[in-house]
Unconditional design. Structure first.
Length: 326
């Protein structure tokens, strides 16, 4: 039998240690037995066993430290569950998954609090997940960008949004498609968008003033103006454009799930709608600084990652000669 490598031996030892639950102090056990965050009971039922196991494996002895990490872990697992992602330890308690949460799931927290939560969750992951390999340098993960929709898919999504039979479903889906594919909003931008921040100037176009961590003004693509107008019809100035609670998670997913979608229509995602808008801008003669400002981006990294998904330029020589059509 071959002798295991040092890395394999360390992994086997970690698995053995993790298979035996450490003995928690009685006050911590009592706290864990009664712990229940303010989430829907069905949601907590789906994640509480994993939560309990991770906290048992944590090795934390201080009551206050234990309490804080209970809350941080619960928020993370609930977010994973509501995103439709696995909450199993092998899948959820990884540095990549924690970094995704840092980027997407903690927008309401200050940067200092986000950094604390990420550090706590990484320590919990190291204790609970025996197969985890820590990165040599603790770098922040970057979400791989999803490609936009093809032109045929884009047209199919527009049609399905406009043809919803129920008025509420039509308004909500048109708002999502119109603002994401027409103005480059993402799910966080949408969650906080209120009617008063959308200015309809008729033939002069529709302005969208995005608030939050990436404030900016964007003009809606002409092709999507009709959808945006349907999406804001009848709303009061202070009303949220989608949903009634700005803190609710996965609003776009709920709107798509409740829509009547028939035929060969791809799954509708805010991130892919935004990527479609970005791809459209990138294939037009638009200065890169205009694209970055309209998209709320600080660097061109996202644009570079989109390039493999863009159609080939048919007039590359003309572009370089400065003779492209306006």
């Amino acid at each position: 039998m071959a002798k295991p490598s040092k890395a394999e031996a360390k992994r086997i030892a970690a698995q053995a240690r993790a298979s035996v639950l450490p003995q928690l102090r009685a006050p911590l056990v009592a706290f864990l037995d009664t712990y229940a965050p303010r989430v829907h009971p069905d949601t907590w039922d789906a994640v509480k066993d994993v939560h309990r196991l991770v906290m048992y494996r944590s090795g934390i002895r201080g009551a206050e430290s234990f309490r804080r990490r209970c809350g941080a872990l619960a928020g993370f697992l609930v977010w994973r569950y509501e995103q439709g992602s696995s909450v199993e330890i092998a899948d959820a308690l990884t540095f990549e998954a924690i970094d995704q949460y840092y980027l997407s799931g903690m927008s309401r927290l200050s940067k200092a609090s986000r950094n604390d939560y990420r550090s706590w969750l990484r320590n919990l992951a190291s204790a609970a997940n025996p197969g985890l390999s820590a990165p040599k340098v603790a770098t922040l993960g970057h979400r791989e960008i999803k490609p936009g929709y093809s032109r045929g898919e884009e047209l199919a999504i527009i049609r399905i949004a406009l043809r919803q039979r129920l008025k509420a479903a039509r308004r909500s889906l048109c708002a999502v498609v119109g603002l994401c594919a027409g103005a480059g909003l993402d799910s966080i931008d949408l969650r906080h968008m209120r009617r008063r921040r959308i200015k309809d100037h008729g033939v002069a176009g529709i302005e969208v003033w995005v608030a939050g961590p990436r404030p900016r003004k964007v003009m809606v693509r002409r092709e999507y103006e009709q959808l945006v107008r349907v999406g804001i019809e009848g709303l009061k100035a202070g009303s949220l454009v989608i949903g009634r609670d700005a803190d609710r998670r996965n609003l776009v997913g709920a709107i798509v799930e409740n829509a009547e979608i028939l035929g060969d229509v791809p799954h509708i995602e805010a991130s892919r709608l935004r990527a479609t808008w970005l791809g459209w801008l990138m294939t037009r003669p638009v200065p890169i600084q205009v694209i970055l400002a309209a998209a709320g981006l600080k660097s061109a990294r996202t644009l570079v990652e989109l390039i493999p998904h863009l159609p080939a330029a048919e007039e590359s020589d003309s572009y370089l000669l400065g003779e492209t059509r306006s």
